[in-house]
Design a protein around this ligand. Structure first.
Ligand code: AMP
Ligand code: MN
Ligand code: MN
Ligand code: MN
Length: 292
């Protein structure tokens, strides 16, 4: 059983439609994928419809932008009720923050001499509710100013670069509670990836368990072998679910091919058990796993 629990589609900053992600997952020999677009459930319906035709099981999820001690922390929420009012309100705030920040970033890029407008960006966003820096990056690539998204971040869009502006994100602990109350299961994405590496030590992760955290993403491209070993030990020690995933973004991120990291079947079972327990306690109408 091949399971990849963290992927993006055109519903955020991936480059393939949700149905295409499902089809590609089938071609990559995957049995189960988690569709986890940024701050949005917008891709779930289309991906669900593709389960039968592709033979791939869908675990609906999302990757929520939070902040801990000033560092960006990405929180994966599996099988929540996206209509739970506190969750919906918080997602709305994050998405509104993304739009507001877009204007600021464009003003800064224009001040730096780049010819770019909001209309340019909107042609790249499609219908995605989560407008992100990758969409701005795609415009810079299309204009021939940089060669790919990675260079766009390095030169223009990364923290401290001329086009960077901060955006709203709620405290990680609050969001873990909100996801749990919504009936979903909260897992920290790439805990030792770029930004969050120095804030998410063992004690902090343990303290998040009190708020409902059930797992951490151990096998991720942002983690080298030593980090993975250490994170796996922490997960075992704390009885957290250890997941693995590609963080697939289609053509938007190299070296993140579907299935490049996997979640063990026993870990998925534990994750689903946690989600079921939270769903029961919440009494909410949570998202369900979609089997072909
Ligand atoms: P935003 O959500 O607007 O802050 O943009 C962050 C997103 O940009 C992440 O989810 C990644 O998909 C993408 N990203 C971050 N850093 C890079 C990079 N160096 N190269 C390509 N994509 C990146
Ligand atoms: Mn992304
Ligand atoms: Mn992330
Ligand atoms: Mn991601």
């Amino acid at each position: 059983m091949r399971i990849d629990l963290h992927t993006h589609s055109l519903a955020s900053d991936g480059t393939d439609s949700p149905a295409e992600v499902m089809a590609q997952a089938a071609r990559a020999g995957l049995d189960v994928i988690g569709l986890t677009d940024h701050d949005s459930a917008a891709g779930w319906a289309e991906a669900s419809e593709a389960a039968a035709a592709t033979g791939v099981t869908l675990v609906p999820g999302m990757e929520i932008s939070t902040r801990c001690e000033g560092a960006g922390v990405h929180l994966l929420a599996y099988l929540p009720d996206p209509e739970y009012p506190p969750l919906r309100a918080e997602l709305r705030r994050i998405l509104d923050g993304r739009s507001g920040r877009l204007a600021a970033m464009l003003t800064q890029l224009q001040a730096a001499g780049i010819d770019i407008t909001e209309a340019d960006v909107m042609t790249r966003v499609g219908g995605a509710p989560a407008i992100g820096r990758p969409h701005i990056a795609d415009v810079l690539v299309a204009k021939g100013l940089v060669s790919d998204r990675a260079e766009a971040f390095r030169e223009w869009l990364g923290s401290g670069r001329p086009g960077y502006a901060a955006r709203y994100a709620c405290p990680t602990r609050t969001m873990i509670r909100t996801v749990t109350e919504s009936g979903g299961a909260a897992v920290i994405a790439h805990p030792w990836g770029r930004a969050s590496r120095h804030v998410l030590d063992r004690d902090t992760l343990a303290s998040f368990q009190v708020d409902g955290l059930v797992g951490i993403e151990v096998d991720h491209q942002d983690h080298g072998p030593a980090d993975r070993d250490e994170l796996r030990d922490i997960a075992t020690d704390l009885d957290l679910v250890a997941t693995g995933a590609s963080d697939f973004h289609g053509g938007g991120k190299v070296d993140h091919d579907l299935g490049c990291n996997l979640t063990a079947p026993a870990q998925l079972e534990r994750l689903l058990d946690h989600a079921a327990a939270n769903a029961g306690r919440s009494g909410r109408d949570v998202a369900k796993v979609v089997r072909p």
